[in-house]
Design a protein around this ligand. Structure first.
Ligand SMILES: CC(C)(COP(=O)(O)OP(=O)(O)OC[C@H]1O[C@@H](n2cnc3c(N)ncnc32)[C@H](O)[C@@H]1OP(=O)(O)O)[C@@H](O)C(=O)NCCC(=O)NCCS
Length: 190
Protein backbone atom coordinates (compact mmCIF):
# COMPACT_ATOMS: atom_id res chain seq x y z
CA UNK A 1 0.00 0.00 0.00
CA UNK A 2 1.05 3.57 -0.61
CA UNK A 3 -0.41 5.80 2.08
CA UNK A 4 -1.18 9.51 1.95
CA UNK A 5 -3.08 11.61 4.47
CA UNK A 6 -6.57 10.91 3.19
CA UNK A 7 -5.98 8.34 0.48
CA UNK A 8 -4.13 5.11 -0.09
CA UNK A 9 -3.14 3.40 -3.33
CA UNK A 10 -3.45 -0.37 -3.53
CA UNK A 11 -3.61 -3.17 -6.06
CA UNK A 12 -6.83 -3.69 -7.98
CA UNK A 13 -8.85 -6.75 -6.90
CA UNK A 14 -11.47 -8.52 -9.00
CA UNK A 15 -14.16 -7.27 -6.58
CA UNK A 16 -13.35 -3.66 -7.58
CA UNK A 17 -14.33 -4.19 -11.22
CA UNK A 18 -18.12 -3.66 -10.94
CA UNK A 19 -17.51 -0.14 -9.57
CA UNK A 20 -15.13 0.63 -12.45
CA UNK A 21 -17.73 -0.52 -14.98
CA UNK A 22 -20.29 1.88 -13.50
CA UNK A 23 -17.87 4.82 -13.45
CA UNK A 24 -16.40 4.13 -16.89
CA UNK A 25 -19.88 4.23 -18.37
CA UNK A 26 -20.51 7.68 -16.88
CA UNK A 27 -20.16 10.27 -19.68
CA UNK A 28 -19.00 12.97 -17.24
CA UNK A 29 -16.16 10.78 -15.95
CA UNK A 30 -14.94 9.50 -19.33
CA UNK A 31 -15.09 12.96 -20.91
CA UNK A 32 -11.52 13.50 -19.68
CA UNK A 33 -10.32 10.01 -20.57
CA UNK A 34 -9.53 8.17 -23.79
CA UNK A 35 -12.76 6.18 -23.55
CA UNK A 36 -15.78 6.84 -25.69
CA UNK A 37 -17.72 3.59 -26.08
CA UNK A 38 -19.96 1.78 -23.60
CA UNK A 39 -17.88 -0.65 -21.54
CA UNK A 40 -19.10 -4.12 -20.56
CA UNK A 41 -18.29 -6.17 -17.49
CA UNK A 42 -16.55 -8.73 -19.73
CA UNK A 43 -14.36 -6.05 -21.29
CA UNK A 44 -13.41 -4.81 -17.84
CA UNK A 45 -12.58 -8.40 -16.77
CA UNK A 46 -10.38 -8.72 -19.83
CA UNK A 47 -8.66 -5.38 -19.00
CA UNK A 48 -8.02 -6.76 -15.50
CA UNK A 49 -6.48 -9.99 -16.84
CA UNK A 50 -4.18 -7.94 -19.09
CA UNK A 51 -3.35 -5.58 -16.22
CA UNK A 52 -2.09 -8.50 -14.13
CA UNK A 53 0.42 -9.26 -16.89
CA UNK A 54 1.84 -5.73 -16.97
CA UNK A 55 5.22 -5.06 -15.30
CA UNK A 56 4.70 -4.69 -11.53
CA UNK A 57 5.44 -0.94 -11.61
CA UNK A 58 2.75 -0.37 -14.26
CA UNK A 59 -0.08 -2.27 -12.61
CA UNK A 60 -3.07 -0.03 -11.93
CA UNK A 61 -3.60 1.25 -8.42
CA UNK A 62 -6.99 1.63 -6.76
CA UNK A 63 -7.56 4.92 -4.98
CA UNK A 64 -9.20 4.47 -1.58
CA UNK A 65 -10.37 7.46 0.47
CA UNK A 66 -10.23 7.35 4.25
CA UNK A 67 -13.70 7.42 5.79
CA UNK A 68 -14.82 7.33 9.43
CA UNK A 69 -15.73 3.67 9.10
CA UNK A 70 -12.84 2.48 6.90
CA UNK A 71 -11.68 2.94 3.30
CA UNK A 72 -13.86 3.66 0.28
CA UNK A 73 -12.86 2.99 -3.32
CA UNK A 74 -13.11 6.22 -5.36
CA UNK A 75 -11.01 5.69 -8.49
CA UNK A 76 -7.93 4.40 -10.17
CA UNK A 77 -4.46 5.61 -11.17
CA UNK A 78 -1.39 4.18 -12.83
CA UNK A 79 2.06 4.58 -14.28
CA UNK A 80 2.46 3.48 -17.89
CA UNK A 81 4.86 3.73 -20.82
CA UNK A 82 7.77 3.58 -18.37
CA UNK A 83 11.05 4.06 -20.23
CA UNK A 84 13.72 2.71 -17.87
CA UNK A 85 16.63 4.00 -19.96
CA UNK A 86 15.50 7.63 -19.90
CA UNK A 87 13.65 7.08 -16.61
CA UNK A 88 10.51 8.70 -17.99
CA UNK A 89 6.95 7.62 -17.28
CA UNK A 90 3.41 8.71 -17.92
CA UNK A 91 0.68 8.77 -15.28
CA UNK A 92 -3.08 8.55 -15.48
CA UNK A 93 -5.85 9.07 -12.96
CA UNK A 94 -9.61 9.05 -12.65
CA UNK A 95 -11.80 9.61 -9.65
CA UNK A 96 -14.96 7.82 -10.64
CA UNK A 97 -17.10 8.74 -7.67
CA UNK A 98 -18.07 12.30 -8.52
CA UNK A 99 -19.04 13.24 -4.98
CA UNK A 100 -15.29 13.18 -4.26
CA UNK A 101 -14.44 15.71 -6.99
CA UNK A 102 -13.14 19.16 -6.08
CA UNK A 103 -12.08 18.18 -2.57
CA UNK A 104 -8.38 17.86 -3.20
CA UNK A 105 -8.33 14.07 -3.58
CA UNK A 106 -6.99 14.15 -7.14
CA UNK A 107 -4.25 16.56 -6.07
CA UNK A 108 -3.26 14.31 -3.17
CA UNK A 109 -3.20 11.19 -5.36
CA UNK A 110 -1.02 12.81 -8.03
CA UNK A 111 1.37 14.05 -5.32
CA UNK A 112 1.57 10.48 -4.02
CA UNK A 113 2.27 9.19 -7.53
CA UNK A 114 5.08 11.74 -7.86
CA UNK A 115 6.52 10.73 -4.50
CA UNK A 116 6.33 7.05 -5.48
CA UNK A 117 7.70 7.70 -8.96
CA UNK A 118 10.68 9.77 -7.90
CA UNK A 119 11.56 8.41 -4.45
CA UNK A 120 10.74 4.72 -4.98
CA UNK A 121 10.92 4.01 -8.71
CA UNK A 122 13.81 6.45 -9.18
CA UNK A 123 12.25 8.12 -12.23
CA UNK A 124 13.67 11.30 -13.74
CA UNK A 125 10.61 12.78 -15.48
CA UNK A 126 6.90 12.15 -14.98
CA UNK A 127 4.42 13.47 -17.49
CA UNK A 128 0.74 13.31 -18.34
CA UNK A 129 -1.60 14.19 -21.15
CA UNK A 130 -4.74 16.20 -20.47
CA UNK A 131 -7.45 17.46 -22.80
CA UNK A 132 -7.57 21.25 -23.10
CA UNK A 133 -11.28 21.20 -22.15
CA UNK A 134 -10.59 19.61 -18.75
CA UNK A 135 -10.03 22.71 -16.57
CA UNK A 136 -10.45 20.81 -13.29
CA UNK A 137 -7.62 18.44 -14.11
CA UNK A 138 -5.39 21.19 -15.54
CA UNK A 139 -5.89 23.34 -12.41
CA UNK A 140 -5.04 20.43 -10.13
CA UNK A 141 -1.83 19.65 -12.06
CA UNK A 142 -0.82 23.33 -12.13
CA UNK A 143 -1.42 23.59 -8.38
CA UNK A 144 0.90 20.63 -7.84
CA UNK A 145 3.64 22.30 -9.88
CA UNK A 146 3.50 20.51 -13.23
CA UNK A 147 4.98 22.54 -16.08
CA UNK A 148 3.11 23.07 -19.32
CA UNK A 149 5.40 21.41 -21.80
CA UNK A 150 3.56 21.13 -25.04
CA UNK A 151 0.30 21.19 -26.90
CA UNK A 152 -0.77 18.66 -29.51
CA UNK A 153 -3.14 20.73 -31.59
CA UNK A 154 -6.61 19.29 -32.24
CA UNK A 155 -5.35 15.83 -31.35
CA UNK A 156 -8.54 14.68 -29.60
CA UNK A 157 -12.06 14.59 -30.99
CA UNK A 158 -15.08 14.43 -28.78
CA UNK A 159 -18.54 16.01 -28.65
CA UNK A 160 -18.22 17.09 -32.26
CA UNK A 161 -15.16 19.23 -31.60
CA UNK A 162 -11.40 18.78 -31.94
CA UNK A 163 -9.57 19.57 -28.72
CA UNK A 164 -5.89 20.18 -28.04
CA UNK A 165 -4.05 17.68 -25.87
CA UNK A 166 -1.69 19.28 -23.37
CA UNK A 167 1.49 17.64 -22.17
CA UNK A 168 2.43 18.54 -18.60
CA UNK A 169 5.45 17.25 -16.76
CA UNK A 170 7.60 17.40 -13.67
CA UNK A 171 11.30 16.66 -13.41
CA UNK A 172 12.80 15.02 -10.38
CA UNK A 173 14.80 18.14 -9.52
CA UNK A 174 11.66 20.27 -9.60
CA UNK A 175 9.94 17.80 -7.28
CA UNK A 176 12.89 17.87 -4.88
CA UNK A 177 12.81 21.68 -4.85
CA UNK A 178 9.10 21.61 -4.06
CA UNK A 179 9.74 19.16 -1.23
CA UNK A 180 12.56 21.34 0.16
CA UNK A 181 10.24 24.37 0.08
CA UNK A 182 7.51 22.40 1.83
CA UNK A 183 9.83 21.03 4.50
CA UNK A 184 11.40 24.46 5.00
CA UNK A 185 8.03 26.10 5.49
CA UNK A 186 6.99 23.34 7.93
CA UNK A 187 10.19 23.84 9.94
CA UNK A 188 9.62 27.59 10.03
CA UNK A 189 6.09 27.16 11.31
CA UNK A 190 6.07 28.01 15.03
C1 LIG B 1 -9.39 15.39 -12.86
C2 LIG B 1 -9.50 14.79 -11.46
C3 LIG B 1 -8.47 13.69 -11.27
C4 LIG B 1 -9.20 15.92 -10.44
O1 LIG B 1 -9.38 15.42 -9.15
P1 LIG B 1 -10.22 16.27 -8.09
O2 LIG B 1 -10.07 15.61 -6.78
O3 LIG B 1 -11.59 16.51 -8.61
O4 LIG B 1 -9.40 17.66 -8.13
P2 LIG B 1 -8.86 18.58 -6.94
O5 LIG B 1 -9.99 18.86 -6.01
O6 LIG B 1 -7.64 17.96 -6.35
O7 LIG B 1 -8.42 19.88 -7.75
C5 LIG B 1 -9.30 20.46 -8.68
C6 LIG B 1 -8.98 21.92 -8.86
O8 LIG B 1 -9.66 22.40 -10.02
C7 LIG B 1 -10.50 23.48 -9.67
N1 LIG B 1 -11.62 23.48 -10.59
C8 LIG B 1 -12.73 22.71 -10.59
N2 LIG B 1 -13.50 23.00 -11.65
C9 LIG B 1 -12.85 23.98 -12.34
C10 LIG B 1 -13.13 24.69 -13.54
N3 LIG B 1 -14.24 24.48 -14.24
N4 LIG B 1 -12.23 25.63 -13.95
C11 LIG B 1 -11.07 25.87 -13.26
N5 LIG B 1 -10.76 25.19 -12.12
C12 LIG B 1 -11.64 24.27 -11.68
C13 LIG B 1 -10.84 23.23 -8.21
O9 LIG B 1 -11.30 24.39 -7.56
C14 LIG B 1 -9.48 22.76 -7.70
O10 LIG B 1 -8.58 23.83 -7.59
P3 LIG B 1 -8.25 24.51 -6.14
O11 LIG B 1 -7.73 23.38 -5.27
O12 LIG B 1 -7.22 25.54 -6.45
O13 LIG B 1 -9.55 25.07 -5.62
C15 LIG B 1 -10.94 14.23 -11.21
O14 LIG B 1 -11.87 15.28 -11.20
C16 LIG B 1 -11.33 13.18 -12.24
O15 LIG B 1 -10.93 12.06 -12.10
N6 LIG B 1 -12.11 13.56 -13.28
C17 LIG B 1 -12.61 12.61 -14.29
C18 LIG B 1 -11.51 11.89 -15.08
C19 LIG B 1 -10.43 12.81 -15.57
O16 LIG B 1 -10.68 13.86 -16.14
N7 LIG B 1 -9.17 12.41 -15.31
C20 LIG B 1 -8.00 13.21 -15.66
C21 LIG B 1 -7.50 12.87 -17.00
S1 LIG B 1 -6.06 13.84 -17.43
Amino acid sequence: MIYGERVRLRHVERDDLPRFVIWLNDPEVIRGLCLYLPLSKDEEESWYEQALKRPAEERPLCIDARQEDGWELIGNSDFFNIDWRSRNAEIGIFIGDKKFWDQGYGTEVVRLLLQHGFATLNLHRIFLRVFSDNPRAIKAYENIGFMHEGRMRQAEYHENVYHDVLIMSMLRQEWEELMEEKNGSTQNTP
